[in-house]
Write a protein that binds this ligand. Structure first.
Ligand SMILES: [Zn+2]
Length: 315
């Protein structure tokens, strides 16, 4: 189960297993690396190694199941949404100094670049003197903006992806891909396995069909409805990724005689779309959708739907 979930991190998993076995685990780490490569999954996996009934992150015992369900009382998983505020840190402090429920306390803080200064200062004491059997894992894709006083108090690990391992995983699990497809996807998504999986899984459902068959026609009876307000923000991002891949392909068709497309199976629709638009108009649309993608975590989703339609429709 575990190897299926954390792809490309065999070295790191073995490293942490040996640290735990030899009782050399530090109390605070920062995991730095690109988004969506699996840093958070690795942090959850380590929390299982520390709490699993078999001490091997079996994935089926009660502790592992509780961790998978985000309800293990000793594993505290903090999301920024939108910042890591002083209130969040006060709550974490209370949890940290509570007696451990059954095993090892693990505090995982995602997007650690989003600490407010006040929160970071309040957190220093925990970093300096964590109680026994407590592990703090900070995660970031923006190590450059982590507050220096935090940086200096944690053990730093920089992650990159083990490409051969990711390739093998993709070949084994997405048998529709050939080697050229796999190299292409690794390039396109900088080797980020999470992003590649999201993309491939969205290919397998009807989302592309829904987006692509209506994207060019404002007056279609089937006119595109995203219903973004009912979606989770992750789902909205997935939908936007599909649109981005469509616009990206339209630009490639516009510029190349032998286009290498993400959505090869929708060539006809992509081609028809790009024929109606200038290069600059396509580029502008692509740019706007990328900007929207970057704001999804912080905006009211109700207003996004109409904005997106206005951007992508041919008027
Ligand atoms: Zn287990």
């Amino acid at each position: 189960m575990q190897s299926d979930q954390i792809i490309g991190f065999s070295k790191e998993i073995n490293y942490f297993k040996s640290l735990i076995a030899s009782q050399r685990l530090s109390q605070a780490y920062i995991f730095s690396g690109h988004r969506n490569i699996g840093k958070h999954k690795l942090a959850k996996f380590i929390s299982k190694l520390l709490n699993c009934d078999t001490r091997d992150a079996c994935g089926v015992c009660q502790s592992c199941s509780l961790i998978d369900a985000d309800s293990h009382p000793d594993v505290i998983d903090v999301k920024a949404e939108p910042t890591i505020s002083i209130e969040k840190i006060r709550n974490i402090k209370k949890e940290v100094y509570l007696k451990n429920y059954s095993g090892y306390k693990v505090i995982i803080i995602d997007e650690a670049e989003k600490f407010t200064v006040e929160a970071a200062n309040a957190f220093l004491k925990v970093l300096e003197e964590p109680p026994k059997e407590t592990l703090i894992i900070l995660i970031t894709s923006r190590f450059d903006v982590i507050i220096p006083t935090i940086k200096s108090r944690v053990f730093k690990l920089f992650f990159s992806v083990d490409t051969p391992e990711v390739k093998k995983y993709l070949a084994d699990n997405f048998t529709e891909l050939n080697n050229t497809d796999i190299d292409f996807l690794l390039n396109l998504f900088d080797g980020r396995i999470g992003a590649i999986k999201n993309y491939l899984e969205s290919k397998r459902n009807t989302l592309r069909e829904q987006v692509f068959s209506n994207i060019y026609d404002k007056n279609s009876k089937l006119a595109l409805n995203f219903y973004l307000s009912k979606d989770s923000r992750d789902k909205v991002k997935e939908k936007l990724s599909v649109i981005m891949s469509f616009l990206r392909d339209s630009l490639v068709v516009k510029c190349s005689n032998q286009p290498l497309l993400i959505n090869r199976d929708y060539y006809e629709i992509i081609n028809r779309y790009q024929e109606n638009l200038s290069f600059l108009s396509l580029l502008e649309r692509f740019d706007l959708i990328c900007r929207i993608y970057a704001t999804v975590d912080n905006v009211n989703l109700n207003i996004l739907e109409n904005l997106i339609k206005e951007i992508i429709w041919i008027k």
